[in-house]
Design a binder for this molecule. Structure first.
Ligand SMILES: [Zn+2]
Length: 334
């Protein structure tokens, strides 16, 4: 399989042929499309015509529309708050009915099409870092889940439960035993979903979208709070895809290079490097010069693949689109 140079194009109203043509022209070889477009009859024809691979991104526990119908399934943080912050609304990971719902949805997608890549997104415990920028986050600011009665019950009936953990949880202190159980809970969902996908679609490469924080950052928040233990999860995935949105990262190109190299060094599993066109949510611009430096770094350092966020922003920014084409596809002219 080719090394993916993928771009998120999740808008259901995009002009599909124009999107395929632009991607090919820029030198992108993979589209991360909304599954709502999978039943478009022209999709397989266009992918074939422009020689593009298809990537399906599946949000696992962040699912506001499901929570609208099933409000009782919401995760609860260590401070007792509901996991309900703007775009981030998390489902309790112990809810087995929700996993069955996800499997049914995956079945529907895979009946419609046969993606070359699937990424599992938000396959972690709920986190809320008070909307602070990376430099301002203190580990004690991070709220994490899930502490709902369903999870507490399951933990107390598990082999991980200890009297220390009970005392820590009752006094609202961090419990290493409970954190270990919450990581295992994420690993067990990862196993169930990746086994299921591999059974249905054995040739599809499966990636996990991870937090873009090194294992040691923020008091080991990735594993202790989010339950994303990369060495444990590498068993189930073909690649990790750190969600390198700039509002979650150190801002300079040098800092980002260092971070991505650290993430690469922490695991044997291939890492797909992220490239962001514009700030998501924050109103600060990413200068074209920084975009080009990051792109060149990614091309030099990532031996496995790259993911670009996103098509609509690139379409609106002719300067960055030209930079992308200059580096990825200097030859082709339509
Ligand atoms: Zn729960």
């Amino acid at each position: 399989m080719r090394k993916p140079i993928a771009i998120y194009a999740q808008d259901v109203d995009i002009n599909l042929e124009e999107c395929c043509q632009n991607a090919r022209y820029w030198g992108v070889n993979t589209l991360i499309l909304s599954p709502d477009l999978f039943d478009e009859p022209e999709l397989p024809i266009l992918l074939n015509k422009y020689q593009l691979a298809l990537w399906l991104n599946i949000p696992v526990f962040n699912n506001p529309s499901y929570l609208k119908e099933h409000p009782d399934k919401i995760a609860v943080s260590n401070t007792g708050n509901l996991a309900q912050q703007d775009w981030c609304q998390f489902i309790c990971p112990s809810d087995t009915a929700y996993i069955e719902h996800l499997k049914a949805q995956i079945t529907e997608y895979l009946d419609e099409t046969n993606p070359d890549y699937i990424s599992l997104d938000f396959l972690r415990q709920y986190l809320y870092w008070q909307d602070k920028s990376y430099d301002e986050i203190a580990p004690e600011d991070i709220e994490y889940g899930c502490f709902c009665s369903r999870c507490m019950n399951a933990f107390y009936h598990s082999d991980f439960a200890t009297s220390d953990a009970t005392a820590e949880i009752e006094s609202r202190e961090f419990s290493a035993d409970f954190a270990h159980w919450r990581s295992e809970q994420i690993a067990s969902v990862a196993k169930v979903l990746t086994d299921f996908i591999r059974q249905m679609s054995p040739n599809t490469s499966i990636a996990l979208n991870t937090l873009p924080w090194s294992d040691k950052a923020l008091n080991c928040a990735t594993s202790k709070y989010a339950g994303q233990n990369k060495s444990r999860l590498s068993e189930y995935f073909d690649a990790f895809c750190p969600v390198a949105f700039s509002h979650m990262l150190p801002q300079t190109a040098d800092d980002k290079k260092q971070l991505l190299n650290e993430l690469n060094a922490e695991t044997q599993t291939p890492i797909y490097y992220g490239l962001q066109v514009a700030h998501w949510r924050l109103k600060k611009a990413i200068p074209a010069e920084q975009f080009e430096i990051e792109l060149k770094q990614n091309l030099a350092l990532s031996k496995q693949g790259m993911v670009i966020y996103n098509y609509t922003e690139l379409l609106a920014d002719a300067e960055k689109a030209t930079i992308l084409k200059r580096h990825l596809n200097p030859e082709i002219h339509f």
